[in-house]
Design a protein around this ligand. Structure first.
Ligand code: ZN
Length: 296
């Protein structure tokens, strides 16, 4: 399973507990869709028994250098993928990509750096990492994969085989499966060397909203869908989520509240604090048990 990025966990824990700004909402959406796209791609790769590094954040010269979404290691190749979730019609503007407005090109629409350039930059840094680790860069292949079927790029300035669109994903992977060898001892060596370079990114989250305990709403949320649960009838063990209709155990809801607290404040609350954090919805005994269970 791919680990959810810390920044996405943070946004999810804040969701429903504070009012997001427009920028926050855009960032939240970007992280959510980015993660979904990566998981979508993982499912396609996993069938083949390749070694897969699901997200590698590495440093060079002691500083953050780059985050790569997916690296596949076969018996004879290292393949780097930038996975993109874009889902709208767009125009290729050379160094940038610009979204349409509906079905129309829009010269004033939102635009962003062309993923081809992102791939180029990531490749340069990744090659430096490989060289530093004494791994040959000769069999490195690099691609951008677009996972959404509605993403279309019009007016492409240059045709390149390193861009893989939704409709080409299956044939690209089939082709990879027939043209590469199964992982061998050397592949495992490379995999382990690279994995050891992965840096946790929890300390640097520039797009995180500003928050503190006092300003956040004290509510509990569904562990399945994240929706806020406003009412828990007394003397009940189960409650139906009003958002996703899942039957939920009260202990699981308390655990979710505790997990969210830990994501946001990097510490375990006291029983009093957790009781308050849950908006007084659950007994202190239940809060105590949740804290106890989390320590085991
Ligand atoms: Zn739910």
């Amino acid at each position: 399973m791919r680990q959810k990025p810390n920044i996405l966990k943070l946004f999810e824990a804040l969701d429903g507990r504070m009012t997001f700004t427009k920028d926050d909402l855009e960032n939240f959406d970007k992280f959510k869709r980015g993660f979904e796209a990566e998981v979508w791609a993982d499912k396609r790769f996993e069938k083949y028994g390749w070694l897969i590094i699901k997200s590698l954040t590495f440093h060079l010269d002691g500083e953050y250098a780059c985050q790569i979404d997916t690296i596949i290691i076969t018996g004879d190749a290292i393949i780097l993928y930038e996975i993109k979730y874009y889902s709208r019609k767009s125009t290729d503007r050379g160094d940038r990509i610009q979204y349409f407005s509906g079905d129309e090109e829009n010269p004033n629409g939102p635009d962003f750096k062309h993923p081809r350039l992102q791939l180029k930059e990531a490749t340069i840094k990744f090659k430096r990492l490989l060289t530093k680790l004494g791994i040959s860069t000769e069999n490195l292949k690099t691609f951008v994969m677009f996972t959404h079927k509605d993403f279309v790029l019009y007016n492409m300035k240059e045709w390149s085989f390193d861009l893989i669109f939704h409709s080409e994903v299956d044939s690209h992977i089939d082709e990879l499966a027939t043209s590469t060898y199964r992982p061998n001892a050397e592949s495992y060596r490379i995999y382990n060397l690279l994995k050891a370079q992965d840096h946790d990114t929890s300390e640097t989250m520039p797009s995180a909203p500003k928050y503190n305990y006092e300003m956040l709403r004290k509510v509990v949320k569904c562990p399945e869908c994240g929706g806020v649960i406003r009412e828990v009838p007394e003397k009940t063990q189960k409650v139906i989520c009003p958002h996703c209709s899942q039957k939920l155990n009260l202990n699981d809801i308390t655990k979710k509240a505790l997990d969210d607290y830990q994501v946001l404040f990097k510490e375990t609350p006291t029983i009093e604090k957790l009781y308050e954090w849950c908006g007084g919805m659950f007994s202190k005994m239940r809060c105590y048990r949740a804290i106890l269970a989390s320590r085991q």
